[in-house]
Ligand binder design. Structure first.
Ligand SMILES: Cc1ncc(COP(=O)(O)O)c(C=O)c1O
Length: 479
């Protein structure tokens, strides 16, 4: 009897080995030559689609041809987030160990929905979550779960907050449970995932109330107190506060201890959005970042933003993880045989059933760099951010737009006439990005457009940063 019919089954082992070697060279070359590529394409929308056949393939094609199209169409059609001149967002990174971790993950083909469907994936997830907990000095009361993103993390955290405040919502829904109109508070600098979570949970976008910030873009606790008092008078039920440690625009840090006191007094859930900033707590000199965390009910940290794990890898910690399980555990009959009591089945801790083996790549990176290696790289990003800030301060046509925090610098060109300066700041970013030689972002602070760089890429050196600064100065000179 034939093993498999010709044309069926998988690629032959011999062919596969050959392709893998080819791919290994391709990856190493790509990584080595990345700095010589354009950071971003300058194509019009639709250019990628126009370069690829619209009809699906009828016959299979050789891998060589497919890889050729990756070179021809995909690579030039990308913003290269790993490029050393990519200074957008949080300057986010991948690393060689991360790529190796991703490669090992692919053939294992895991679905980590229950312990039984992959004991190693489940237990490694538990281990890696606990390593990060130890690095951040978080108490053992906190247990965690890995999701794709912080947006999904905050949604799950607020679902637990809602269930704690109105225990029958899971069963009867908001109306059936006669739940009050809940209110959630986050600073005007907090991420829009707060509203997205409220939308998804049926709490209502408008019930996320934005709290004013102080001159340093940190939440003003006295304004929070007043807003809560006002809402109680108006028959709303204050449910939760989202305090941000490392806001999206400026990486500012809300005063968590004071916010925690307000939450305790009003019996509210305290969620800490440390998507970007929490990773910096692995530095002993940054321990002040964690003050008040012992009072939190949930904390989200994105190692895919600041701890060198490539997208996606976000951990939600909940004090007493059983609370999260109570909201989301639901075992259909066909999975009952796969659940082992007393073992962690991660499907019980969120909406998702099928789950990738995300912990593996994190484990490879954390072991390859060690805490020391990660700390040294974070310190370098902080050093570069401060150095860039010094350059800004030394040129009177520019000013810092916010205190420099972590790897983020917000700054503004103020050398033009009053009426054009707003537009100029935006134009400088647009022009540099269109040149393909560097990539920055822009944001608005107090209604003014500011330029922004994020340092987080292991390939970005002082030389790259100097080049970017010169480019910004030249572009500002020739508007
Ligand atoms: C402070 C903060 N929280 C949450 C998020 C959302 O992150 P994610 O893309 O993981 O959902 C971001 C994204 O930049 C962020 O800056």
């Amino acid at each position: 009897m034939q093993d498999s019919q010709p044309g069926l089954g998988d690629t032959s082992a011999e062919e596969f080995r050959k392709e893998l070697h080819e791919l290994a060279d391709w990856i190493a070359d790509f990584r080595q030559n990345l700095g010589s590529l354009r950071v971003a394409p300058n194509d019009k929308p639709g250019a990628i689609l126009a370069a690829l056949p619209a009809e699906p393939p009828e016959e299979g094609e050789p891998f060589e041809k497919i890889l050729g199209d990756v070179d021809r169409v995909i690579v030039p059609g990308m913003v290269h987030w790993s490029h050393p001149m990519f200074l957008g967002y949080f300057g986010w990174t991948t690393t060689a160990p991360a790529i190796l971790g991703e490669i090992i993950t692919a053939p294992l083909n895991v679905n980590a929905m229950t312990w039984r469907t992959c004991p190693a994936a489940t237990e490694l997830e538990t281990l890696v979550i606990d390593w990060i907990r130890q690095w951040m000095d978080l108490s053992q009361e906190f247990g965690g779960v890995v999701y794709d993103t912080a947006s999904v993390g905050v949604m799950h955290a607020l679902a637990v907050a809602r269930e704690e405040a109105a225990p029958s919502v899971r069963k009867s829904g908001l109306i059936g449970a006669g739940a009050p109109v809940f209110r959630i508070y986050a600073s005007e600098q907090a991420h829009s995932s707060a509203e997205k979570a409220a939308i998804a949970l049926g709490l209502g976008e408008e019930n996320v109330q934005r709290v004013p910030t102080d001159v340093h873009f940190c939440m003003d606790p006295s304004a929070l107190r007043q807003m809560i008092a006002r809402d109680i008078r108006d028959n709303f039920k204050p449910l939760a506060v989202i305090a941000t440690v490392g806001t999206t625009s400026t990486a500012s840090v809300d005063p968590v201890p004071e916010i925690a006191t307000i939450c305790r007094k009003n019996k509210m859930w305290l969620h800490i959005d440390g998507a970007y900033g929490a990773g910096f707590a692995i530095l002993p000199e940054n321990k002040s970042l964690t003050s008040g965390w012992c009072e939190a009910d949930s904390i989200v940290v994105n190692p895919h933003k600041s701890l060198f794990v490539p997208l996606d890898f976000s951990v939600l910690y909940v004090r007493d993880l059983k609370k999260l399980r109570r909201v989301f555990t639901l075992v259909p009959e066909y999975l009952r045989g796969d659940t082992v009591e007393a073992q962690k089945n991660y499907m019980d801790y969120g909406i998702q059933l099928g789950r990738r083996f995300r912990a593996l790549k994190a484990w490879v990176i954390f072991r390859s760099f060690g805490r020391d290696g990660m700390a040294a790289r974070l310190r370098e990003h902080i050093r570069l951010a401060k150095l860039f800030a010094d350059w800004i301060k030394s040129d009177n046509r520019f000013e810092l737009a916010a205190p420099v925090s972590m790897g983020v610098v917000c700054f503004r060109f103020v050398g033009g006439g009053d009426s054009t300066v707003e537009q100029l700041n935006s134009e400088i970013v647009e022009k540099i990005n269109a040149s393909g030689r560097a990539y920055l972002t822009q944001t608005k602070l107090r209604g003014q457009t500011v330029m922004r760089i994020g340092l987080g890429n292991v390939l970005t050196t002082e030389k790259h940063l100097r080049k970017a600064w010169e480019m910004i100065q030249e572009t500002a000179n020739a508007p």
